[in-house]
Design a protein around this ligand. Sequence first.
Ligand code: RAM
Length: 883
Amino acid sequence: MNKLILSFFVLLLSIGRPYAAVSVTDLRTEQLKNPSGLDVRQPRLGWRIESDQRNVMQTAYHILVASSPGLLAQDKGDVWDSGKVESDASQWIPYQGESLKRNAPYYWKVKVYTDKGETAWSTSACWSMGLLNETDWQGQWIGLDRAAPGDSETQWSRLAARYLRKEFALNKEVKRATLHIAGMGLYELFINGQRIGNQVLAPAPTDYRKTILYNTYDVTPQLRKENAIGVTLGNGRFYTMRQNYKPYKIPTFGYPKLRLNLIVEYTDGSRETIATDTSWRLTTEGPIRSNNEYDGEIYDARKETGNWTHVGYDDKLWMPAQRVSIPSGTLRAQMMPGMKVTDTLRPVSISKRGDKYIVDFGQNIAGWVRIRIKGAAGDSIRLRFAETLQADGELYTRNLRDARSTDIYIANGHEPKDATWAPRFVYHGFRYAEVSGYPDAKATDFTAEVVEDEMEHTGSFHCSDETLNSIVRNAFWGIRSNYKGMPVDCPQRNERQPWLGDRTMGCWGESMLFGNHALYAKWTRDICEAQREDGCIPDVAPAYWNYYSDNVTWPAALPMTCDMLFTNYGDRRPMEKSYPAIRKWLSHIREYYMTTDYIITKDKYGDWCVPPESLELIHSKDPARKTDGSLIATAYYLKILQLMHRFATLQGLKAEAEEWEELEHRMKDAFNARFLHIKEGTSPVPGHTLYPDSIYYGNNTVTANILPLAFGLVPKNYIEEVAKNAVASIISTNKGHISTGVIGVQWLLRELSRRGHADVAYLLATNKTYPSWGYMIEKGATTIWELWNGDTANPEMNSGNHVMLLGDLLPWCFNNLASIRADRWKSGYKHIVFQPAFDIQELSKVDASYTSIYGKITSRWNKTPTRLEWDIELPANTTGKVY
Ligand code: RAM
């Protein structure tokens, strides 16, 4: 490697400053900001340290946790006073005080000691506990366990929202009121006319047979003497979108239902719980006539129920809520912020087509359109959604399959001037909306609202290549579109499933742009819960689609996500909790699908979605493009054995670590014996260019060679040759283009860089001709496609907003080009490795930053033929190694 002389401008700048203060900021509990309703008994605390001095390292901390803000203000930690603890740990410090009480609030602060002096006490933070056991819940599950007139329980199921209400009086002075709500499938909550919380589409989806997530709100400010609670229940994935349709594949969980506990604590020390029971009133005759995530929402404003969330509403036409069947899932706290409207877009153009308008928002998104309401009573406004337009300017909806993706608003004629409407319980994937029944449309009448899980934006990446910058931008939009309380594959067609294989490496790359810890920590539990008794892990989890197909590559997302959460965020818990499930799954696969000579025979998806031989095809039929499924499965199994070795080592399970390693060695030999071709000769498939003494894997596809390289399976003396073959096949056979599908692309760019072919990686990453990410951009894509040939392929499986083909592009940008990389063992970016790719000729500049749990890391470099400038910045209490 070239030795380069570096200049550190940022570091030099701070020399000679006068003594500067050190402060402690960003207090987090379980990495959440002041969360309500945790159900972990030992929450982990963390903070960041800020200073304008260099080399600030924490030497000790002191945490105070109090039962009231008053006590904390007096520096009294009545529930936990850690005392001064000598340690450099500033994240994931387990709470070690008195045992935490259900429904109770806790207030905390911290002071840290550093080698540059000590900080003052931080400002205070808080968290509150949820209900820790089923027995902590009072009241009943209520709802209506049947369809109502007008509902339709068919393929395109329609079920009107259910509205529930309850009035109650409080006769004493309220000290604190906390509301815990489990509203299945989705809920909106109101107290005395006020909407509670700003989550949309809450709660986060789960397999309701295993877990039901509840949310906790402090509603003290909303309560008065006389009160009304109103709850609207939507269907979500609970009463699933397709009813009585392929029941062997699509499970449904029942009719919407509600369990709610409002715990009121009085100043006199007494408490009272308002809970759901049959004294609540219910109607299905409200304005939301239908809500179906695939098909859209129908809202009839003529059926609005007025002040139903206020005291004194006359509900005599409503029925008593039924006590309904009890869902089998365990009630657990939703330990993530949930979905919000995070962004808004105005149309970039509106075109009139007959009596309709086509509204273009200029960006493919997931969310909905908020309209300004117009029209007389009974007039209906219809909105349809699509990602692209047909050549004739009409919406292109063939790739939505049977999703109708249509919202309808029926006016009542007396809406207030400038009133707006957006659906509550559905979302769409779209760039274009077709609006009909709307007189005289103007751009200001429509706002696209982006709906996604609320997350910190952690990364920014710009370089001297504009194509690559645009790809990163499209990736950003694609990722946010597909965070829906779980990572889904697409937001538009009748699918939107949490497919595992799309995220194996995806979760890592996404974490460069989004603080996705909470989402993925939740998802590892979803996956473990979806595991079948015999060990099988499905391809979709939560298993809203039943795909227990027994393959290695898709379930590999579980160990790989655990590794990402540990390496990038320093969180060991998902790894520790999932370890037994992964072990069980590995033995299941071994028992059923491993031959006596250690080859895994079962694979389902192959190198999913390689560029096919004909532009209309979805899946290639050409054996020369495809990679042997047993090579892929065996290689992935080996990769997982390496991860299990790592996980066992991290947990101090020495004997198990050795067992994993031993099996890995045996399998590795078997893998090479079976798949490595070291004999001179002709290629097994015509059209492949080989070096004379070629050494290659399988049928010499790029994927067949990249996997063993990336997983360290290639015998040392063959590594260079195998890498050369991968390069030869990219350059000659594929004319400098990508030829991998979802599997190969997860390792491709980083591995090429690691093997000294960063220029080839760069060529692939910045290409504008087919097949490439840049080609998508040339064709007007504003997100990432499901298929390399997304502009020409059959619409049957052709989404314009998928993230699986991103592979390792984002990790390569951040970890290789900008070279901000977490040390594998001192995880969470506590120790940062800076080792950039200065060797790529055409790349002259990179300007990137990544905000880790310790704070912001930047790497900026600029190269001319004679000079290299490189500025790096790392947060206090971290160390770095600079190459
Ligand atoms: C399709 C989707 C999804 C993929 C599966 C195997 O339904 O594209 O992303 O994981 O196939």
